[in-house]
Design a protein around this ligand. Structure first.
Ligand code: UFG
Length: 327
């Protein structure tokens, strides 16, 4: 059984990737400092509690488990926090990742799948966005992802490390068997916030109705977290078969507005949802929609679980297992 180091495997996307790896016959070895991850989300392989920037811990994990490849989900990922504390974001997401890459190189690990983000594009220059669109991140979070993509290009070549940088659009939904889901503290994402507000009996707060979009609210490309997980396994195989190192967008290719998400949630839940429309949230680009054709073509990937009803139904089922959040 091939052992794969899953950095950040206790987090939202990372834990779903561990499940997909196990189902595909790999042994996922999670390395996570559990600052934002959850130990009880690590169900499909061992958990090593360590920082990914701790090169000794990474080297020891690789040797102990005979790791042949890595996936790197570990990052601070709150956009507003990154604006307030950029140095912490650079230290963790950039400096920490450089130490991780060095440690993997020391141990001869030859493949890595890196979690990048649509945040590398900043304000979209086209709709949909292809991978060769200009990279103009508008916040430190997106900039840290862009810097690591650039570093992978050079370090990969020097170190014999094949890489894919998977640029997620809006990860959403939860494991269809209900074993794992999204548990951010604080939660900033739209779909879980809608469902948490409904359960708590308070109106959901929506940010901005004056965008240059068809209904005035922000348009995003929501993609199911288990579809993202499958793309990681496919990218690992792609690199193993000699596929070229490159970035790939992961999105459904379809845009949905904030108001359309609320309407879909009303349809799925079967009752009206109280919403309070407020001003724009700082730093939200009006519209980000992926051109996912590269991943579809090269990884033979289909985002088959990403229809909006399934995103909402799987999130609602997972939320129903959690305490009601009053906030
Ligand atoms: N929104 C609300 N109410 C909420 C939460 C969000 O109206 O309670 C709105 C936001 O203002 C935005 C839209 O819903 O207009 C989507 O917001 P999310 O926070 O769900 O997602 P983002 O598109 O802001 O963030 C995602 C990823 C980030 C990444 C970013 C890149 O989660 O990691 O895309 O733009 F950095």
């Amino acid at each position: 059984m091939d052992a794969i180091l899953v950095v950040g495997g206790a987090g939202y996307v990372g834990s779903h990737a561990c499940k997909a790896l196990a189902q595909a016959g790999y042994k996922p070895v999670t390395l996570d400092n559990l600052r934002t991850g959850h130990a009880d989300a690590v169900k499909w392989g061992p958990l090593i509690e360590a920082d990914f920037g701790d090169a000794d811990a990474v080297r020891a994990a690789v040797r102990q488990h005979g790791v042949t490849a890595a996936m790197h989900f570990g990052a601070l990922s709150l956009v507003a926090e990154s604006v307030a504390e950029p140095a912490r974001y650079y230290a963790n997401n950039v400096a920490g990742t450089l130490r991780l890459l060095q440690a993997l190189g020391d141990e001869g690990v030859g493949r890595i799948v890196f979690s990048s983000s649509a945040a590398v594009y900043g304000e979209a220059s086209s709709d949909p966005i292809p991978e060769d669109a200009p990279l103009n991140p508008i916040n430190p979070y997106g900039e840290t992802k862009r810097v690591i993509e650039g570093a992978l290009r050079f370090i990969g070549r020097a170190q014999g490390l094949a890489w894919c940088a998977l640029r997620y659009f809006n990860a959403a939904g939860a494991d269809e068997a209900g074993e794992i889901g999204e548990r951010h503290e604080p939660e900033t994402h739209l779909i879980p916030n809608v469902l948490q507000a409904v359960r708590a009996g308070r109106p959901v707060k929506l940010f901005g109705s004056d965008y240059p979009t068809p209904d005035g609210s922000v348009v995003r490309d929501y993609v199911h977290v288990s579809d993202l997980a499958d793309a990681h396994v496919a990218a690992l195989k792609f690199l193993g078969d000699g596929g070229e190192s490159q970035p790939m967008n992961l999105g459904s290719g379809a845009g949905l507005s904030v108001l359309q998400i609320v309407a879909a949630a009303e349809r799925v839940l079967g009752h009206p949802i109280a919403a309070e429309m407020g001003p724009r949230r700082a730093g939200d680009p009006p519209c980000l929609v992926a051109d996912p054709n590269r991943a579809k073509r090269l990884l033979h990937w289909t985002p088959g679980r990403s229809d909006v009803d399934n995103l909402i139904a799987t999130t609602a089922a997972f939320e129903a297992t959690r305490p009601i959040r009053q906030r």
